[in-house]
Design a protein around this ligand. Structure first.
Ligand code: XMP
Length: 326
């Protein structure tokens, strides 16, 4: 019998024994894995844990606030937030090629995390403590996918949180290493995390940056955030959150389509809806969103996002298409 409280108690005891009176650092991404891992560690060792949240400015509407406020309120975890959106935007100026976007975002993320990490080390030093451990939200499927073995080598290359700087070596704490996603969700619920966090659908590390086809700008991010929030709201309202595995909403910023909005002829960009079902993201089918839901999303997006004059549905499975457009 699978028992969430039992696993929590075991992990708490294990973490306490491993950590002793040292200090621990953990990067938060906004996703369920890092949030549950951090909460477990916090339950074990309280204020010996400091979390770092790098806000790269490419999360969806409300997600940064959820980490900065709701998560901290629910857990009482000590957290350092770095608002680095301006920095990321500057580094991405003029960049349109998807792999370059990923590389820039990934590198910038690690450099930003390192800076925050130095601050955590200094503050611990001032308390006469040493930071010896790094928490990672590695799940069992991640371990299997990267061929077993130990530690840092198992970090999926496209997981953008927790890059290890060269000059500091931490021991890893991986409390979710034997668990599957549904078990992690059960533990998160048991630990009292907000439901929106526990049930968050998979979201890529580079965030909305790879859902803007074309250059990433502040205006385009805000526009996509609005369109995405409408789509998510309507899918939730229709009770589809747990039916749909993931639904990228994509802004084709370098495509222009003609529209007529009010009395005006407009020349704006289309929004793509990409609802999918999947087991493991390796293959996927497109989810048959009900016409009524599609109609509401389309009407709302074109009404509420002034420069969008067209909403289209991506009805391609994977393969041949990938889940993300970039
Ligand atoms: P694709 O587009 O390759 O996506 O079919 C498969 C799954 O991976 C996610 N994805 C990413 N996750 N960094 C991430 O952390 C990335 O660069 C990245 N690219 C794709 C995607 O959202 C889907 O769940």
């Amino acid at each position: 019998d699978w028992d969430a409280s039992g696993i929590i108690e075991d992990q708490v005891a294990k973490i306490r024994a491993q950590v002793g009176d040292a200090e621990v650092i953990c990067g938060l991404s906004g996703g369920v894995d890092s949030a549950v891992a951090a909460t477990l560690v916090h339950k074990a060792i309280g204020d010996q844990l400091t979390c770092v949240f790098v806000d790269h400015g490419m999360l969806r509407k409300g997600e940064a606030d959820q980490v900065k406020h709701d998560f901290v309120e629910a857990t009482g975890i000590r957290m350092i937030t770095v608002d680095a959106s301006e920095d990321f935007l500057a580094a991405l100026k003029g960049v349109t090629e998807p792999e370059r976007k990923r590389k820039i975002i990934g590198e910038k993320f690690i450099r930003t995390f390192e800076k925050a990490q130095r601050q955590v080390l200094e503050e611990a030093g001032a308390r006469g403590k040493e930071v010896k451990f790094l928490v990672q939200g590695t799940l069992y499927p991640d371990v299997v996918e990267s061929g077993g073995g130990d530690g840092a080598a198992n970090i999926k290359s496209h997981h953008n949180v927790g890059g290890l700087p060269d000059d500091v070596k931490f021991e890893l704490i991986e409390p979710l290493r034997t668990l599957f996603k549904d078990e992690v969700r059960a533990i998160g619920t048991q630990l009292g995390l907000p439901e929106s966090m526990v049930w968050r659908q998979p979201f890529p590390g580079p965030g909305l940056g790879i859902r803007i086809v074309g250059e990433i700008t502040k205006e385009r991010l805000d526009l996509l955030r609005d369109a995405d929030a409408i789509a998510r709201e309507e899918m939730s309202r229709a009770g589809l959150d747990r039916e749909i595995w993931q639904c990228p909403v994509v802004l084709l910023a370098n495509v222009h389509s003609v529209g007529v909005q009010g009395d005006e002829r407009t020349y704006g960009s289309p929004i793509v809806l990409r609802p999918i079902t999947s087991e493991d993201a390796m293959t996927a089918d497109w989810y048959r969103l009900p016409y009524d839901v599609l109609a509401t999303i389309s009407t709302r997006i074109t009404n509420e996002c002034p420069s969008i004059n067209r909403v289209v549905l991506d009805c391609t499975s994977k393969p041949p298409a990938t889940i993300e457009w970039e």
